[in-house]
Design a protein around this ligand. Structure first.
Ligand code: PHE
Length: 363
């Protein structure tokens, strides 16, 4: 009978150099399988004397067990190694920085709207929204712009075809109809802003047929022009991030406010660029005024008891001024290169959003 010890050593050595689970399996079949060397030895036991059996039996069993365990061990080790190699080659390296990637960016109009909303909500205003397809009554009549009033011509209105009752809906030409909707729906006092899309049949470098406004309306007892001025000045300082911003109220005319004014901010034009907050030039940024008594009467408020002010601000214009964007039409061409340049990266807090490129503004 072969020396069991040397057999064990020989087979164990073979197992140790096997490089795949398949190799290990071949060794197992060759040594421990039916016709394997260990099995043949087992068979020889039958021919042995009882004494020999007693001596070799347990040793052979032991050898069989040891080798079986060695086979399982080697298989496990090889499987683990294969798995590790696979994990390493297929794994994601989470320590790698993500890189800038191609994230979307916030459109300057959205950014301006977020900033404006934040400034006014901090002052105690709430936000109201209304339809872009508006009834003539809200867009004009209730705002003291009756049919055939010349002010209707100022607006280059997009009209819908007449309905069966002879009414023509319009694409709202301003956000002022929200004044009427607000006052007809609720109870004073009111302090609202109403941002949204507005439409006029007009198109050049500073006008697009669709543009954005924010309406503000304050109605309460004992409201006067001083409140209006403070509110607008405060807004401009915060929005343009300068305390020394120059503001001018220039008398103007709107049918729904009396007195009415247009608000200009001080600026200068240098090398085709507008610098806000310095220089001797002026730029118009909004219309405003004390709500006309006729409008108050149209919404069943007694002008002796309630007064208020309103203003309407062009959001697109505000974005152009704040960030020095020259052509308004580019806002709406959906050119990704433009959005990459002028867009903002989104952070959780709107006021902390950052511009992709540097901000051009006077010091
Ligand atoms: N609705 C006016 C416009 O679009 C602006 C405005 C709003 C003026 C509120 C006065 C008061 O030109």
């Amino acid at each position: 009978m072969q020396d069991l010890q040397s057999l064990e050593t020989e087979i164990t050595a073979k197992l140790a150099v096997a490089t795949s689970v398949g190799d290990v399996e071949n060794i197992r079949i060759a040594e421990l399988g039916k016709k394997g060397r260990v099995s043949l030895l087992m068979r020889e036991l039958g021919k042995m004397t009882p004494e020999e059996k007693n001596e070799f039996g347990p040793k052979l069993n032991q050898l069989k067990n040891t080798l079986n365990a060695a086979v399982i061990n080697r298989k496990n080790t090889l499987e683990e190694e294969t798995l590790n190699i696979k994990l390493q080659s297929e794994g994601v390296d989470i320590s790698l920085s993500a890189g800038s990637g191609d994230n979307g960016s916030i459109h300057p109009i959205t950014q301006v709207l977020d900033e404006v909303t934040e400034i006014f909500t901090e002052m105690g205003f709430s936000v109201a929204e209304g339809p872009e397809i508006e009834e003539d009554f809200y867009n004009f009549t209730a705002l003291n712009i009756p049919e055939e009033h010349p002010a209707r011509q100022m607006h280059d209105t997009f009209y819908f075809p007449e309905d069966d009752e002879g009414n023509r809906k319009v694409l709202r030409t301003h956000t002022s109809p929200m004044q009427i909707r607000t006052m007809l729906e609720g109870e004073p006092p009111y302090r609202i802003i109403a941002p949204g899309r507005t439409y006029r049949n007009d198109s050049d470098a500073t006008h697009t047929p669709m543009f954005h406004q924010v309406e503000a309306l304050v109605i309460d007892k004992n409201i006067h022009m001083g409140h209006l001025k403070w509110c607008i000045e405060e807004f401009c300082k915060k929005f343009y991030e300068r305390d020394d911003i120059k503001i001018r109220f220039r008398p103007s005319y709107f049918p729904f406010t009396e007195p009415s004014a247009e608000v200009d901010i001080g600026c200068s034009f240098k090398d085709g660029e507008i610098l806000i907050g310095e220089g001797d030039d002026w730029l118009e940024i909004m219309g405003c005024g004390m709500v006309n008594e006729r409008v108050l009467e149209n919404v069943n408020l007694d002008p002796k008891e309630y007064q208020g002010f309103a203003f309407g601000l062009g959001l697109d214009r505000a974005a152009m001024l704040k960030w020095g964007i020259p052509d308004l039409r580019e806002f709406f061409t959906s050119d990704l290169r433009w959005l990459k340049h002028y867009g903002f990266q989104a952070l959780d807090i709107p006021s902390l959003s950052t511009r992709n490129s540097s901000i051009k503004r006077g010091k």
